[in-house]
Write a protein that binds this ligand. Sequence first.
Ligand code: ADP
Length: 228
Amino acid sequence: RKDFVANASHELRSPLTVVTGYLDALADDPALDATWQEPVREMRRQSDRMRSIVQDLLELSKLEAEGGQAELEPVDVGGMLALIRKDVLARPEHPAAFELSLESDALLLGSEGGLHSIFSNLVSNAVKYTPADGSLHVRWWVDSQGGHVSVRDTGIGIPAEHLPRLTERFYRVDAGRSRRLGGSGLGLAIVKHALQRHEGRLEIESVEGKGSTFTCHFPTTRVRAKGA
Ligand code: ADP
């Protein structure tokens, strides 16, 4: 079943690239009939969604196929989070405030790609589910328990009954909203898997209407002091 999902996603990639390419060209064509402008825009949005679903399916299959534990490559968490923040602020729509507190300069031992995928998925969600006048706060700190990264937002929050199932594939609190925002429903499944490969775990706290905090906990064995 896993191979099938990986193969199917791989096969879907090239036809989708062709369709998306033509739709982009059509949308930019000044000769496009006015009645077709909105439908073409909608087709573009939907093909972008399909692309992100296929990409996330491929990533999840890859994580499952790899199994085992992530490598022990030293990763500069602070630098990575600063770049993710910069990317978010460069988007046309982002929350009014994005605070980053780097309380440690320690490194995390893991896979650069895997860690980037964890943090960027959590930050993208915080952006997606927080109105433009809201704020984000990302923290990196180390204590006697290990290393921790938290992503807090003042967004729509999540009703308590959904929290236990949130990291299941395609589980969404509000499917309509997630689809409108271009969500694949796979982001948190990827986060959970990638974290497991780092012997980490995800903690989710949320209050409906007030906001959410997603915290990644890594064991001390994966934390290395800078210069050590
Ligand atoms: P999606 O692509 O739908 O965002 P995810 O797996 O990343 O899929 O998240 C699953 C669901 O969890 C989302 O559909 C959304 O309902 C909820 N969710 C995730 N992050 C947040 C957040 N920061 N604030 C509110 N809801 C969230």
